[in-house]
Design a binder for this molecule. Structure first.
Ligand code: RFL
Ligand code: PHB
Length: 389
């Protein structure tokens, strides 16, 4: 097989990149380790920045998002019974859009099918070769048969545990990592949301988040031990814990029901520098991870897709061979700002196992400054709605 850009990973980064390149007349083949059903069963992000919405629209896959996405003009932060609203539209000039990653992925699959461009599922043994030459190639196995793709470039969109980043020689990359001493236990339930905006709650028992997918589908999270297991949590135990962590006005009116999904995610900050090695370009979770406290993971991936698709279009359509050389520095400049925001939101809103009374006062003072100072609200709102590309 031969293509211009081989895309490793058929998650949101790989699919969106494939769709934008297809629109520009650039050939791609996407390789995905899992089945389509598996990819669509993963419940992940739920808050989209306008930049991602615009990319979906330009890529011709924005219709359902325009119809079903719910604009959120603000969010609530609480600390015990104290409550503060950040007005995104007032402080940053635009809302965020609530629309699940599962739906983003579904829309992109539909577009891929319609385009006729290939996506190969359930591939294994993916290996990237000759990355530092002009003729890289990919080897993999599908249905027991070894296959090879010759290409001009490879986009590594295969997430944190993928093969792409590991294919960069260790002496050619530098990795920065911070792990947090807790995880998030999340559930999805067919119940009306606790409130019409998201609630990020810091309480003596730990963090909680009330989110949603639509008016009859809620997504809730509670901070849990990093070694905890979903089997330790009945639905009743989850709802009881969530109620304890919310201010009474939300706890008292919370509508509960059976969970239809329950999972635990660890929290991590991670960056790989550079995001390029020869003809391999890393994109999304393959290059960086943020803790989910600012809803930035998927949005950061979309910004990479914008920079990489822009550079590839300049390479193929304008014969600008230098454009791709600027990709990593351009993407990383934004990535580090997103890392800072997600780390800061995580530090502000969680209870840490070794937290002292002093640390607690720092969190309370930070909240007080946010409440009193419009410039502080402005800074938070600008990052939450999305820094410019
Ligand atoms: P993905 O979504 O991980 O997709 C990568 C795809 O690559 C495939 N793959 C391979 N394919 C071929 N060969 C290989 N060797 C391969 N290895 C892996 C995988 O099967 C997968 O389909 O990365 P991408 O596309 O960069 O998208 C990034 C987003 O998915 C991610 O940033 C967010 O979902 C992060 N994230 C969350 N972000 C939020 O903003 N809000 C959230 O609530 C939220 N929850 C989450 C999350 C990430 C999680 N992970 C990765 C464990 C919850 C979880 C559990
Ligand atoms: C979600 O709805 O899954 C969600 C929303 C906001 C976050 C993280 C996750 O900060």
């Amino acid at each position: 097989m031969r293509t211009q850009v081989a895309i490793i990973g058929g998650g949101p980064s790989g699919l969106l990149l494939g769709q934008i390149l297809h629109k520009a007349g650039i050939d791609t083949i996407i390789l995905e380790r899992q089945s389509r059903d598996h990819v669509l069963s993963r419940i992940r992000a739920g808050v989209l920045e306008q930049g991602l919405v615009d990319l979906m629209t330009q890529a011709g896959v924005g219709d359902r998002l325009a119809r079903d996405g719910i604009p959120h003009h603000g969010t609530i932060l609480t600390h015990d019974e104290k409550e503060l609203r950040i007005d995104f539209t007032r402080h940053a000039g635009r809302p965020v859009i609530v629309y699940g990653q599962t739906e983003v992925t579904r829309d992109l699959y539909a577009a891929r099918d319609a385009s006729g461009a290939p996506i190969l599922h359930e591939v294994s043994d993916v290996e990237l070769h000759d990355l530092d030459s002009d003729r890289p190639h990919v080897r993999f196995t599908q249905n027991g048969k070894s296959q090879r793709i010759d290409c001009d470039y490879i986009a590594g969109c295969d997430g944190f545990h993928g093969v792409s980043r590991q294919s960069i020689p260790s002496e050619k990359r530098r990795e920065f990592e911070k792990t947090y001493p807790f995880g998030w236990l999340g559930i999805l339930s067919e119940t009306p949301p606790a409130h019409h905006e998201l609630i990020y709650a810091n309480s003596g028992r730990g963090f909680a988040l009330c989110s949603m997918r639509n008016p009859m589908l809620s997504r809730y999270y509670v901070q849990c031990r990093v070694d905890d297991h979903v089997d330790n949590w009945t639905d009743q135990a989850f709802w009881d814990e969530l109620r304890h962590r919310l201010p009474s006005q939300y706890a008292d009116t919370l509508v509960t029901g059976p969970s239809i999904e329950k999972s635990i995610a660890p929290l991590r900050s991670f960056v790989c520098e550079p995001m390029q090695y020869g003809r391999l370009f890393l994109c999304g979770d393959a290059a960086h991870i943020v803790p989910p406290t600012g809803a930035k993971g998927l949005n950061a991936a979309a910004a990479d897709v914008f920079y990489l698709s822009d550079a590839l279009q300049r390479r193929y359509l304008d014969q600008d061979v230098q454009a791709l050389e600027g990709y990593s520095a351009r993407a990383l400049a934004r990535v580090w700002k997103i890392e800072r925001f997600s780390w800061w939101m995580t530090s502000l809103l969680h209870r840490f196992p070794d937290q002292s009374e002093f640390d607690l006062r720092m969190q309370q003072t930070e909240m007080a400054m946010l409440a009193e100072d419009n410039r502080a609200k402005h800074t938070l709102a600008l990052s939450y709605v999305g820094l410019p590309y």
